[in-house]
Design a protein around this ligand. Structure first.
Ligand SMILES: *[C@@H]1O[C@H](CO)[C@@H](O)[C@H](O)[C@H]1NC(C)=O
Ligand SMILES: [Ca+2]
Ligand SMILES: [Ca+2]
Length: 365
């Protein structure tokens, strides 16, 4: 299989624009000055994505109906296995911003959007919950099929690092680690035994769709996600307001220190944190920004209409899916994306040590 790895990125400067072209010849989105490279996590492309159209196939195959005979595990302890959800009464809100932190990401313009009422998971899907899903369905993630996934260098052991010769040129702190997956987040020698209440990572978009479908849910649209993030506040940067650390308190698991060399862990965590370790927003939602990035159902575009929108679902097709919220790797200097209006993208088959999801639903579960 010809996997033209992102590792082969060639970076060129054209008219001051930082352009990236991968070995498949695809033009990447031009980067913006502030927080430009970000965590570089939008560059974790799997070349095979080109040959595969993201279908709704996992949704059908792993629906609760299709697994009726195998749901024993699910019923053992509903409280820990099923995510709590909150009912969000629909309405009109201002999506995006006219003061974009990263204009090239398509954060603007600010536009009036209506979303219907929906339920949202209060927390990111955890390892425990994903474990239940795999136990009930036998699901195998895309990272397990590919045999590798991207891990941030800063959380890898020296022995794992010493075996890796490739890196992502545009973001050298990302290393493809053989044998790493959701059960072994930093490679075969690592495990999640002590992290069952942490968000699951190394899950692709299709993996997330399959999980939500099994739970009788679905991924949120970008509009729903952002509506949920804002917690009823208008035109604010974060789910809790405009100050990053009100009263000196940390409200999200982000990066303090110098990226990528030194993470001081001032907020208590240098990697993922147990879900709900930081305060909820006014809607009762935890870790909306920070901890791990969250997949949405929308295809990526940086162009948005200012016409009033009703339950927008993004473009009908595309190359990348939208992810929201930033992660424990985000610092203002490199990845100012832990804001509700901020956004980034990955090919649907991408997986990484800072990317997870939560589910939404129209019905009460
Ligand atoms: C999981 O990892 C911990 C810490 O690295 C280790 O002590 C433990 O033995 C591992 N457990 C299993 C089942 O491999
Ligand atoms: Ca942190
Ligand atoms: Ca998050």
């Amino acid at each position: 299989m010809a996997r033209c790895f992102i590792v082969l990125f060639v970076a060129t400067f054209v008219n001051g624009d930082f352009c990236l072209r991968d070995s498949c010849g695809r033009e990447q989105e031009p980067a913006s000055p502030e927080g430009e490279g970000g965590c570089g996590c939008d560059k974790l492309t799997r070349a095979a994505a080109e040959d595969r159209t993201a279908s709704d196939e996992p949704a059908a195959r792993y629906s609760a109906e299709a697994n009726e005979e195998r749901t024993g595990v699910q019923n053992e302890d509903e409280t820990t296995l099923q995510n709590q959800m909150v009912w969000l009464s629909g309405g009109e809100f201002l999506m995006g911003t006219d003061n974009p932190g990263i204009p090239a990401d398509g954060e603007g313009p600010q536009r009036s959007v209506h979303v219907d009422s929906f339920y949202m998971d209060v927390q990111e899907v955890t390892n425990q919950q994903f474990h239940s899903f795999v136990g009930a369905t036998g699901y195998v993630t895309e990272a397990e099929k590919f045999g590798d996934t991207f891990v941030f260098e800063g959380i890898l052991s020296d022995s794992v690092k010493s075996q890796i010769t490739q890196a992502v040129a545009a973001a050298p702190w990302w290393l493809p680690v053989k044998g790493a997956n959701w059960k072994h987040p930093e490679g075969p020698d690592s495990n999640i035994t002590d992290r069952m209440d942490h968000p699951v990572v190394h899950v692709s978009w299709a993996d997330a769709v399959a999980f939500c479908s099994w739970a009788n849910k679905r991924l949120p649209t970008e509009a729903e996600w952002e509506y949920a993030c804002r917690g009823g506040l208008k035109d604010r940067l974060y789910p809790w307001g405009n100050k990053l650390n009100p009263k000196g308190q940390h409200y999200a698991n982000l990066w303090q220190g110098d990226f990528p060399a030194h993470n001081s862990g001032e907020d208590g965590y240098v990697k993922t944190s147990p879900v709900m370790s930081f305060p909820a927003n006014a809607f009762g939602l935890y870790d909306v920004v920070g901890n791990v990035w969250e997949w949405t159902s929308d295809w990526w575009t940086v162009r948005h209409t200012t016409d009033p929108q009703h339950n927008p679902t993004g473009p009908p097709s595309g190359k990348d899916k939208v992810k929201k919220g930033g992660s424990y790797m985000c610092h203002k200097s490199y990845c100012y994306r832990y804001r509700c209006a901020a956004r980034s993208q990955n090919t649907p088959d991408s997986s990484a040590s800072n990317l997870g999801f939560r589910c939404a639903s129209q019905k009460k579960q």
